[in-house]
Unconditional design. Structure first.
Length: 322
């Protein structure tokens, strides 16, 4: 029995292969990698419980089940295209990159724009996944990045996600701090420190929760809530005033009067996912998902370093379906 919610993207991949009878040509037509397209076709076959293609080293042909599915798939996709056209699906895809300067969202977005130059992908800056969720679910924002496991299960029920990166974490220090001369800062060296991790910021509780989990039992205190600073200038001013180290990631943008140092022993990891509301269909989303796969593969973003630290709940969600 077919699943109750069949992803139209899987049908689009199937139709492209059925018409091209060639995975490489079909992948080029859809602006995705051949590996990603093959995965989608295998997923569709699993969900339908049917083999759709006969594959050999020399040719690809449709099975009887594939021939039976093809006209139905074309009608579904045509109806979807008609609906999207009627409601202006050519609109830009609104992509939340959290804040300006963060490397992971920016690199994925830039690659997606290269993969789908005919579609507009517009950056937005909601400063935290929790802050973006209400906008995602209301349709005022399409995609965001962040720690998916840090969201409440009730919120995750309305969202889909794709793991992008285990990003090593770092600490931002005043340039005259005793640890600022170190190339890398062991977590044990932060014992006794009060470290800012966004406590009290309603947009980033998933980040504060990650800090509490990391600091537990290590003698490191999460700084009390501060007035929410908007923009690099205000953030730098508050940091200079409090002189608290700041928990960050290795791609955090440079700040005047501060130095960024990676954390080690162990290397703490911030799990980053691409997150979107369930049911969203947009060619820009397809490009973003493929861009994430490409950049993660090139940079080894989804390879966890030996001994790297990550909460067990995050590791489970990042490694497969919930």
């Amino acid at each position: 029995m077919p699943p109750p919610h069949l992803d139209p993207r899987l049908l689009r991949g199937f139709v492209a292969v059925a018409e091209e009878l060639h995975f490489t040509r079909a992948a080029a037509r859809l602006y995705v990698s051949q590996q990603a397209l093959s995965r989608d076709v295998r997923r569709l076959e699993r969900e339908l419980g049917a083999e759709l293609f006969v594959r050999s080293t020399r040719q690809v042909t449709l099975t009887d089940d594939g021939e039976r599915l093809l006209p139905h798939a074309r009608r579904v996709l045509q109806a979807q295209d008609d609906l999207l056209s009627a409601f202006g699906q050519a609109r830009p895809l609104l992509v939340d990159c959290n804040s300006t300067g963060l490397g992971t969202p920016r690199r994925v977005l830039h690659r997606a724009r290269e993969l789908a130059p005919g579609h507009e992908l517009m950056a937005r800056y909601e400063s935290g996944l929790t802050g973006a969720v209400a906008e995602l679910l209301a349709g005022r924002l399409d995609v965001s990045f962040g720690r998916y496991a840090g969201l409440a299960p009730a919120l995750r029920a309305g969202l889909d996600h794709q793991p992008v990166r285990y990003e090593p974490m770092a600490v931002l220090l005043p340039e005259d701090h005793a640890l600022a001369t170190w190339e890398r800062v062991p977590l044990a060296a932060l014992a006794g420190e009060v470290v800012y991790a966004g406590a009290g910021n309603p947009r980033t509780p998933e980040w504060t929760d990650l800090a509490h989990r990391l600091f537990e039992g290590r003698g490191i205190e999460v700084a009390s809530p501060l007035p929410m600073a908007v923009g690099d200038e205000e953030f730098g001013r508050i940091m200079a005033k409090t002189r608290n180290p700041v928990l960050a990631v290795v791609d955090f943008p440079a700040m005047p009067g501060a130095v960024l140092r990676p954390l080690v022993d162990p290397v703490p990891l911030s799990p980053v996912s691409l997150v979107w509301r369930k049911g969203l269909v947009h060619p820009g989303l397809d490009a973003l998902r493929e861009a994430a796969v490409q950049v993660a593969g090139e940079e080894g973003w989804l390879r966890r370093p030996e001994g790297g630290w990550i909460p067990a709940t995050d590791a489970k969600i990042m490694s497969g379906p919930e």
